[in-house]
Each structure stands twice: as structure tokens, then as C-alpha cells.
Design a protein around this ligand. Structure first.
Ligand code: XMP
Length: 509
């Protein structure tokens, strides 16, 4: 079977690269650059290699480097972002910092004649995220694409089948990214034979075997990921699974009752609801740093699960609905920590469970939804917009207090109602309100108000690794703003966040 090696240099989107390749029915494996040599690569007979992005600069001696012999091994190589810069560096070109002119987000790409760009129009949108850039291409290479800010957005040496792109073809916002991968797979001469096996069936089967006779406590938030995890494990181990829903006081308006309503009929006594509002608010009191907030919440979740487990006479394992973006953004291998997702980076080291079960750890959100549908979960659960485990705590910048939570819950409910009622086409994939720690002057009823600023956030994405801000009709924004400022006395201003990811993230903290 033809296999592509994704040589991992610590980029945020590495798993996406493997996925884009698998989507084209070619098998792809990811290996860290630390764990493999050119010799091994040749022995294993890979059909092609993709060198990934990464957070470093090739000019820093301590950054990841690789044996330049790779480029003469007779195997086609595609370098992406850091991988492109590393290819230039390995082949004798130069790379330099772009200074103040880093390029982040959507950019206009112009491509020239090249096998890698076969079938792609001369001008299209690509997604950039880089500080350094290639300033001189190595001997034997030629520049094959540019953007307004990047003279060398792509280069190739067709005689050695070496290709490099500064942008990210793996993210869906790069309009012709899939075509670029398809072209590379053609260059590699790959047969499109690999089919993704039926994940749900295989996983149920695997856990039925591995978890036989074990008691598992499942952290159920009612969101897509934990609901799908619960359904998978429920199929596998039935009554040995107990789901615990923790109300940490950081939930959206009416969320706790909605979760009970949906899951009680399905799980009966297999669902335990714990009211832990006071405990979480006490622990968060006075804390303003976003990472500290996330760590505290992660720890408190675990402590509540441990206590619940004890009250049930003990459980062997804790199950969580962790998905791949949670893992990478919490910092994996050589990747930078973007934020500690409560269920990964927020987990304390001394956990009183003998293990943690995370069946969805390698999947993206849209894949999780597919698994959910395959397991027979209803569409309204599978297609819910995500809600982060740390809840409204990461949507209140600064200290979390009861009073701020009340303001945010109201504003958020109004925004969601207005979007839902608008019936707008291309509805955002996630939309919510944020309570900022900025104050602004306003005037209400002839009096001066120095009040809060609410930011509205709505994004369009399919995997939450990258996202674009949604072009919401002005009338919907207007109705939302009027309702929020009229019905919440302390809000002076409403603003709309128009930042893509990258450079921003979806949540504010
Ligand atoms: P970011 O802010 O990282 O969000 O761009 C990407 C997606 O992940 C959700 N998110 C979380 N989900 N625990 C979760 O279960 C977390 O700690 C967490 N932080 C962010 C976010 O809502 C978005 O859908």
C-alpha cells in the first residue's frame, strides 16, 4: 500500500495534513523528525514525504533540523511553512525573519506553471501563518508562487521532485489546498486504495475487549464530543459506564436543565448530576490569568469526578470526550502551547483513576459528528455548536464573578436567540458573547454610564483548527446590540469580533 510520511516538526496543523491525504484514499502516518532517520525512511519505502510546519525559526541552531540527504533520496518531498523554510535551508537557500510584516490569515496567492499547481487558477485565496520567509531559493529551485507580502510563496525543483509552499494547503480556507495535495500524490505516483475503516464499529469492538469487567466514569458535558464518547462507550460496556454531569456554575443560560432533559431518558440512573457551582467559583476567585483559570477548572473537574467515583464505591477509569484539536492546542511534542484545554493540559498529574479513556483523541469535530450519526445519535445533539469545558470562564476576560456570569449569560442568550431566529444562510458554526474587562462610556436615559463592553463572536469553520469570522447580516447584529443594551443595564457597548483564527483563537481566553 502506498504510504506518505508526514514528518512532524511541531506545527499546529500536522494531523490535518495526514487527514487531507487520507481523505484522498492514500494512507498517511505521522512521525516526529526526532524518531526517524533518512536510512529508515528509505528502508520503509514511503511514496512521498510532507515536511510540516512548526513554531521555530530554521536559523535558530536549537530548532528542529533534518539530514539534507533526505532531499537526494529520490523520494518526492513537499515542505509546508516551516517545512518549506527548512527545505530551502537544507538545500542551501536563505531564510530570514519577515520583521513587522508577518503574514497571518487569508492572503491572495498567485501561482505560475508547476506540476504542484496543475488545475489551479492563477489567482486564489490561501491561508498564511508565518514570521520567517525564504529570501533566496537554493540552486536548482525556482519560485512558483507569490503573495503581496511574500516573494517566495512556493518553490520547486521538479528534477528532484522537491516542492515547498509557504502557505498551508491543509487548512480548508486555502481554496485549492485539496487539489495541491492531490497533485502531490500524483507526483508521488500513489494509488488511491486506502479507505477509512468504520471507526465506530472498530472502536466499540476494541473497547468491548479492553474494558471488559472495568467500571468507567464518564465526564458528560452534553456537548458533541462527550455525547458521542458516551454513546460509543455505552455500546461497548453498557451498565459499567456511569456518566457524570458537573454543573460548575459556568454554563450558559438553561444549559443544565437542557442536558438533563436530553440525557435522563437515555441514561436513567446511569446519569449523575453534581452541583459544584460554589466550589468552582471559590477556586476561581481573584484569578485573572487565562491559563491559571483553565488549570484550576481542569483540576476541579478531576477532583469532583474522583469524589463521585468514591461515592459510587470506586471506578477504574475516567472517560473524556477529548478530540484532536484539544490535544494539539494544549501543546503536544514540539508544538507550542496555545491554550491548555481543560481536559488535556488542565489535568493534574496526580489523578486517582488508573487510566483515562479518550476514544476520540485522534478525530476532528466533523469526523466526531459523523461517528455520532453512525451511532444513531439525533441530529440536534450531533450538530450542536461546541461549548468549551471551562465554559463562560474563558469568555469573561479577567476575574470570574457571579455578577459577571449573570451579565454574560443574558447577553449570550440574546445573541444566540437572534442568530437562531434569523434563519440566515451560511449560519455560523459557533457563536457566543464575551464579557470583556474593558469599560466604556455610554449614555442611557440622559445619564452617563461607564459600563461593560460585550463582544460578539461568530465563526465559520469545519474543524475548529482554523476559522473565519462569519459575515453576519448587519440587521441581526443591530437587533442583538439593541436588545443587549436595552435589557442589561450595566452594558454600555456591543462590538463584533472580526478576527480569523489564526491569528486569533475562537475563544477569547
Ligand atoms: P480555540 O479557542 O482553541 O477553540 O480556537 C477551538 C474550539 O475548541 C473549543 N475549546 C474547548 N473545548 N475544552 C473544550 O472542551 C477547552 O478547554 C476548550 N477551549 C476551547 C472552542 O469552544 C472551539 O470550539
Amino acid at each position: 500500500m502506498d504510504t506518505i510520511l508526514v514528518l512532524d516538526f511541531g506545527g499546529q496543523y500536522n494531523q490535518l495534513i495526514a487527514r487531507r491525504i487520507r481523505e484522498q484514499n492514500v494512507y498517511a502516518v505521522i512521525e516526529s523528525f526526532r524518531d526517524i532517520t533518512v536510512q529508515k525512511i528509505i528502508e520503509r519505502g514511503y511514496s512521498g514525504i510532507v515536511m510540516t510546519g512548526g513554531p521555530n525559526s530554521v536559523n535558530d541552531p536549537s530548532s528542529p533540523h533534518f539530514d539534507p540527504a533526505l532531499l537526494d533520496a529520490g523520494i518526492p518531498v513537499l515542505g509546508i511553512c516551516y517545512g518549506a523554510q527548512l527545505m530551502a535551508y537544507m538545500a542551501g537557500g536563505t531564510v530570514a525573519e519577515a520583521g513587522a510584516e508577518g503574514e497571518y490569515g487569508r492572503t491572495q496567492l498567485t501561482v505560475g506553471e508547476d506540476e504542484l499547481f496543475s488545475g489551479i487558477p492563477e489567482s486564489s485565496i490561501c491561508w498564511m501563518s508565518h514570521r520567517d520567509r525564504i529570501t533566496a531559493v537554493p540552486r536548482g529551485f525556482r519560485i512558483t508562487a507569490f503573495t503581496p507580502q511574500c516573494m517566495c510563496a512556493a518553490m520547486s525543483d521538479a528534477s528532484r521532485k522537491l516542492y515547498a509552499v509557504q502557505f498551508h494547503p491543509e487548512v480548508t480556507h486555502t481554496r485549492y489546498g485539496t487539489q495541491i495535495f492531490s497533485n502531490f500524490l500524483d507526483i508521488c505516483g500513489c494509488d488511491r486504495q486506502w479507505k477509512m475503516s468504520r471507526f465506530a464499529v472498530d472502536t466499540v469492538e476494541r473497547y468491548r475487549r479492553e474494558l471488559a469487567g472495568k467500571k468507567v466514569l464518564m465526564a458528560l458535558s452534553g456537548g458533541v464530543d462527550s455525547s458521542v464518547t458516551a454513546a460509543l462507550l455505552g455500546e461497548a460496556i453498557g451498565n459499567d459506564l456511569t456518566c457524570v454531569f458537573v454543573d460548575h456554575g459556568l454554563l450558559r443560560k438553561n444549559e443544565a436543565s437542557a442536558v438533563e432533559e436530553v440525557f435522563r431518558p437515555r441514561l436513567g440512573s446511569g446519569l449523575i448530576c453534581v452541583d459544584a457551582k460554589e466550589r468552582f467559583l471559590r477556586e476561581l476567585s481573584g484569578v485573572t490569568d487565562p491559563e491559571k483559570k483553565r488549570k484550576i477548572i481542569g483540576e476541579q473537574f478531576i477532583r469532583v469526578f474522583e469524589e463521585t467515583s468514591q461515592s459510587l464505591g470506586g471506578s477504574d477509569l475516567l472517560a473524556q470526550g477529548t478530540i484532536y484539536p484539544d490535544v494539539i492546542e494544549s501543546g503536544k511534542g514540539d508544538s507550542a502551547v496555545i491554550k491548555s484545554h481543560h481536559n488535556v493540559g488542565g489535568i493534574p498529574s496526580d489523578v486517582r483513576f488508573s487510566g483515562i479513556v479518550e476514544p476520540l483523541r485522534d478525530l476532528f469535530k466533523d469526523e466526531v459528528r459523523k461517528v455520532g450519526l453512525e451511532l444513531g445519535l439525533p441530529g440536534h445533539i450531533v450538530n450542536r455548536q461546541p461549548f468549551p469545558g471551562p465554559g463562560l470562564a474563558v469568555r469573561i476576560t479577567g476575574e470570574v464573578t457571579e455578577e459577571k456570569l449573570d451579565i454574560l449569560r443574558e447577553a449570550d442568550a440574546i445573541f444566540r436567540e437572534e442568530i437562531d431566529a434569523s434563519g440566515m444562510t451560511g449560519s455560523p458554526d459557533q457563536y457566543f458573547a464575551v464579557l470583556t474587562d474593558t469599560s466604556a462610556v455610554g449614555v442611557k436615559g440622559d445619564s452617563r454610564l461607564y459600563g461593560s463592553v460585550i463582544a460578539l463572536r461568530a465563526v465559520t469553520t469545519d474543524d475548529f483548527m482554523t476559522a473565519d469570522w462569519t459575515r453576519i447580516p448587519f440587521e441581526v447584529l443591530e437587533r442583538t446590540s439593541v436588545r443587549i443594551t436595552n435589557s442589561i443595564p450595566s452594558v454600555a457597548r456591543v462590538v463584533y469580533d472580526i478576527t480569523s483564527k489564526p491569528p486569533a483563537t475562537v475563544e477569547w481566553e
